[in-house]
Design a protein around this ligand. Structure first.
Ligand code: OAD
Length: 256
């Protein structure tokens, strides 16, 4: 199975890689739907919707501030690194992620040989970035790495341009995905010879739909995941295992 997947990837001219929370699990970032996932302990409608933020911005900011603090200590794992090295060493790969962490970027910077632009292995972000803040009233959006003061509503971050409340720069349930990201990811899905899906349960759309679009347009679908996913029936190959173990074997031809 691994040898077949390797050969398909090496023959492919265009590859779409779609990643989800599972690729960051071995870096210590909790997933959403696993036994210890966020949605076992919290309700998405209380924390990850525009309505929740309008109702109680401090509660929502507390959750995101905690996740930002937690992510500040996380490092890319062998799965992120193998993927970044592989992308930097060839042409024709579009990496698309649902993750709001910055571990793909960190892996690209760590893996890029001198003189190579790490941005070539940066992902297209479907769900935004937790390191970014954006204004609830105007177009302001910026990366802000300093801690968020959630002591009271008055201490929450504000837009430097118009003073309206700032919110996390992520996509919430019920919101549109960034149009540019969706267009780029959709085009990559339609052109892909192989679609490699890593660490996503495949239940959140339109992200999950990209893998099915790729398959409909002729791509071979390879899934890397230790658990059951919504892609399993459509998958041509399923490599059951953790991303940090399977990706180095698949993409670098050796153990991590
Ligand atoms: P989920 O938590 O739904 O799924 C994580 C997947 O990763 C599961 O299929 C696990 O089996 C798998 N997994 C766990 N550990 C792994 C490992 N070490 N290596 C590889 N796979 C592993 O996360 P997503 O599918 O990414 O959206 O969730 C999609 C979206 O739902 C998120 O972007 C977020 C969430 O609600 C928004 O917040 C809008």
């Amino acid at each position: 199975m691994l040898a077949r997947a390797r050969s398909l990837l090496s023959l492919a001219e265009k590859v779409l890689v779609l990643t989800g929370a599972g690729i960051s699990a071995e870096s210590g970032v909790p997933t959403f739907r696993g036994p210890d996932g966020f949605w076992q302990h919290y309700r998405p409608e209380d924390l990850a919707t525009p309505e929740a933020f309008a109702r109680n911005p401090r509660l929502v900011w507390e959750w995101y501030a905690w996740r930002r603090d937690q992510l500040a200590t996380c490092r890319p794992n062998s799965g992120h690194l193998a993927l970044a090295r592989w992308i930097l060493g060839r042409h024709g790969v579009t990496l698309v992620t649902q993750n709001v962490d910055n571990l793909h970027e960190a892996a690209a910077r760590a893996a890029a040989p001198p003189g190579t632009d790490p941005a070539l292995a940066y992902p297209v972000r479907l769900h935004g970035s937790i390191a970014h803040l954006q204004c609830t009233a105007c177009e302001w959006r910026e990366e802000r790495l300093d801690p968020i003061d959630t002591t009271s509503e008055a201490t929450l971050p504000r837009c430097p341009a118009c003073r309206a409340l700032a919110r996390p720069g992520v996509v919430w349930f019920g919101e549109m995905l960034p149009a540019e990201a969706l267009i780029e990811a959709g085009a990559a899905a339609r052109q892909a010879d192989v679609c490699l899906v890593v660490g996503t349960a495949g239940v959140v759309y339109p992200a999950a739909g990209l893998a099915f679009d790729a398959k409909r347009h002729g791509a071979t679908l390879i899934v890397v995941d230790p658990g059951e996913t919504g892609f399993d029936e459509a998958a041509d190959l399923k490599l059951e295992g953790k991303a940090g173990v399977v990706l180095p074997e698949l993409l670098a031809g050796g153990p991590p």
